[in-house]
Design a protein around this ligand. Structure first.
Ligand SMILES: [Zn+2]
Length: 316
């Protein structure tokens, strides 16, 4: 079997996996990132990729999933608000450091490809992945091919506005983006927004940076009134965005990944009925909404598949 190195470049750490052509993960190396300047991230990448290459012995290519708007043809990160990069030549710079071909793609599109080929999307031709983490990453497979768009921007589902007049401010500057309302961070914001109605609640007693969405979700599952109110508003916004996606691309299956999705059926039950209510011109109840299978590994697996194929594509 052939192996490729699949790299998931995140805002806090970078992970390089040794990925087989069958999607198997045969070892991983991880490094925390403290400095997000381009030269520092490059050195971190060279270090983890070098270790993974040595371990693999015979990897044939390197694929990197990076945040930002990326020209998949030349591997240039056109801009990445997370890293503060503009026109960073990530692919060509790394290619000079290694003896095997290097491909660079958007991290969320890579994760979509991985989940489509080896996870929840497998067996479908029309599939959407949404990763509900600090933000919302996403990607769309339509008619068996990953949508990239005219300028590599297709799939930025997190930044369609669902509450432009009364929503939370998004990291992108707009108000009420799907990401601002329905990411893990969105759940925290919903909890803060309804806090005044629950003066005795202890949910927000810890500093906001330490309060994870997981704590609120678990409290909701345990019946905490404050957490349940936040969860209800959160699920309502999540369902609204999902129904919009159903209308845009009529997928067979939508997979939800990221921290919030670990709630499993508790989350799916909260959104399925509402998605159906909001679905009008597309046959109702036909879009399967499921939890993503590959979790945090989807990005590495998809990046490796891109490397094997020499292009970011869902077609073999
Ligand atoms: Zn936005």
């Amino acid at each position: 079997m052939r192996y490729a190195i699949g790299v998931d470049l995140g805002g806090s750490h970078v992970t390089a996996g040794i990925i087989g052509e069958d999607g198997s993960i045969n070892g991983q190396h991880e490094l925390d990132l403290s400095d997000l300047a381009f030269p520092a991230v490059l050195e971190a990448l060279v270090s983890v990729i070098g270790k993974a290459l040595t371990d693999s012995g015979k990897a044939v290519a390197i694929g990197i999933g990076s945040p930002g708007n990326i020209d998949h043809d030349d591997g240039v990160v056109r801009y990445s608000p997370n890293f503060g990069w503009e026109n960073a030549p990530l692919g060509s710079t790394l290619a000079k450091r290694f003896d095997v071909p290097v491909k660079v793609g958007n991290d969320a599109r890579c994760a979509t490809l991985g989940e489509y080929a080896f996870g929840t999307g497998s067996g479908t031709k029309d599939f959407v992945l949404l990763t509900l983490g600090t933000g919302i990453g996403g990607g769309i497979v339509a008619g068996g091919e990953l949508l990239l768009g005219n300028d590599f921007g297709a799939g930025e589902i997190g930044h369609h506005q669902i509450r432009p007049t009364d929503g939370f401010i998004c990291g992108c500057g707009k108000i009420g983006c799907f990401e601002a309302q329905a990411s893990g961070m969105g759940l925290i914001r919903h909890a803060a927004a309804v806090a005044a109605s629950f003066p005795k609640s202890t949910l927000l007693s810890m500093p906001p940076e330490k309060l994870g969405s997981k704590k609120i979700r678990k409290a909701a599952q345990a019946g905490n009134a404050h957490a349940l109110a936040a969860w209800k508003n959160y699920a309502s916004d999540l369902a609204l965005g999902l129904a919009n996606i159903v209308a845009f691309v009529n997928p067979q299956r939508i997979a939800l990944g990221g921290g919030v999705s670990t709630a499993g059926e508790f989350m799916l039950d909260a959104v399925r009925a509402r998605v159906d209510e909001l679905t009008t011109m597309v046959p109702r109840g036909r879009t399967e909404i499921a939890v993503a299978k590959l979790g945090n590994d989807a990005g590495q697996v998809g990046a490796a598949l891109m490397a094997f194929r020499g292009r970011l594509s869902a077609r073999p």
